[in-house]
Design a protein around this ligand. Structure first.
Ligand code: NAD
Length: 409
């Protein structure tokens, strides 16, 4: 998907064939074996990966995913998307991504700590505050980032908070990071409703995924007056056209870790969630959930892509035909709030000077607003889909930087 999308952009920007590989190929791809002691005394080995896409604009930056699907291809695609996302937002980073092929739910807390520390330890030769800065993604959280930071710091003999972002505030994290991606989605939905002259008050939304991104997006949209009529996670899907109680769903998920068990009456078929009639659909779980068939059946006015890569290239072709009906906020814009506040966290850690939540949010909204305005202007000027416009701005920035720096002989 990442390759195919890049070819579309490269054709649109008329990038010569011989320049394309230089822009697309990851600079570094690392695979490591991570052995850990299990609770039963045995040893298990998990494969870990990290891809650093380009080093042209500064250190690389990107999340770490703990999931059974993780492999080098998935991580490479996510690293490439991170590059365009950082460049679109104007951050001084190349893209990176990493992960461990594991179902974190199959580990005890002690085993999870062991694996987190081992993964970071294996990565120490390849990362650093000026080389590659990690962050959370699917299956990892603030606690895992604290273990990463502690492991790296013990190796250095001093506390190095700026080695990872998305840490707890108690250990050098920033106010507002945990909520940043979800809040950013809601902010951009707000900007889209303004453009479409819709009133968010009383508009309806469905949200797929109820983890860090989905739950905060649902709560933030609800605070704007949006009625949440459907939510799902990997265990359950609930639909209620009258509106779901988001605060109660959040409490349930906080207690149980999953949505299952919240209600029996409201249970629905998960494959129906995204195609519900609604104003706003937010895929905020995993990749490739919108294929050409679902794209044809979408009945939302705004598609806010919280997840990375939720829409396949086939689906994109359908959505390009339906441009007047479905307003797409593409992933590299829609979920950029996370990396933007990660950047703020890194800056605060480097300066040992911390901002309050209002300042973080204010700056987040400013950066998102600037990126949204640029994407809309570009899409309007060249009559291209929002995804093409957003990716083109990112690709162009990296390309220009590579051109002026030149190619080391
Ligand atoms: P998370 O692990 O906190 O939550 C993932 C959620 O998706 C869980 O509720 C899980 O049950 C659900 N899920 C998994 N498979 C599903 C399925 N088939 N159907 C419905 N729900 C399913 O992860 P997250 O951090 O919220 O990340 C979600 C997405 O957002 C990922 O694509 C991630 O790459 C992207 N993203 C995250 C951040 C961030 O700051 N955390 C930033 C940018 C993008």
């Amino acid at each position: 998907m990442a390759r195919e999308q890049f070819q579309v952009i490269a054709d649109y920007l008329a990038i010569p064939e011989d320049e394309r590989d230089r822009l697309l190929y990851p600079k570094r791809a690392i695979a490591v074996a991570c052995p850990i002691h299990r609770d039963d005394g045995k040893t298990s080995v998990f494969m870990g990966f990290r891809v650093q896409h380009h080093l042209t604009l500064g250190p690389t930056k990107g999340g770490t995913r703990f999931a059974p699907s993780v492999d080098i291809g998935e991580v490479a695609a996510l690293a490439v998307w991170m590059s365009w996302k950082c460049a679109l937002a104007g951050l001084p980073y190349g893209g990176a991504k990493g992960g461990v092929r594991v179902d974190p739910r199959s580990l005890s807390l002690r085993e999870l700590e062991g694996l987190s520390r081992r993964y970071m330890q294996e990565m120490i030769p390849f990362v650093g505050p000026q080389t590659d800065v990690m962050a959370p993604d699917m299956g990892t959280n603030e606690q895992v980032m604290a273990w990463f930071m502690d492991t790296y710091s013990m190796y250095q003999g001093q506390t190095v908070t700026e080695i990872v972002t998305g840490k707890p505030v108690a250990s050098g994290g920033t106010e507002g990071r945990r909520e940043a991606t979800g809040r950013g989605i809601a902010f951009l939905v707000g900007r889209a409703t303004e453009r479409l002259q819709m009133n968010p008050m009383g508009a309806t939304a469905v949200v797929q995924g109820f983890g860090n991104v989905g739950s905060v997006a649902a709560a933030s949209l609800a605070r704007m007056g949006v009625k949440i009529v459907g939510v799902s996670d990997h265990t359950a899907c609930y639909i209620d056209p009258k509106g779901l109680d988001v605060a109660a769903l959040e409490r349930h998920a906080a207690e149980r870790g999953v949505l299952a068990g919240f209600s029996t009456e409201l249970l629905a078929d998960p494959s129906e969630l995204l195609v519900q009639p609604c104003d706003i659909a937010v895929p905020a779980a995993v990749e490739r959930v919108i294929d050409a068939d679902i794209a044809t059946r979408l009945r939302c006015r705004i598609l806010a892509e919280g997840a990375n890569g939720p829409t396949t290239p086939d689906a994109d072709r359908v959505l390009n035909q339906r441009r007047g009906e479905v307003f797409v906020i593409p992933d590299i814009l829609c979920n950029a709030g996370g990396v933007i506040v990660s950047y703020f966290e890194w800056v605060q850690d480097l300066q040992h000077f911390f901002w309050d939540e209002a300042e973080v949010l204010n700056r987040l909204n400013h950066v998102l607003d600037r990126a949204f305005t640029r994407v809309m202007a570009r899409a309007g000027r060249d009559d291209v889909p929002h995804r093409t416009a957003a990716m083109a701005i990112g690709v162009e920035k990296v390309r220009n930087a590579k051109q002026v720096r030149g190619l080391f002989p």
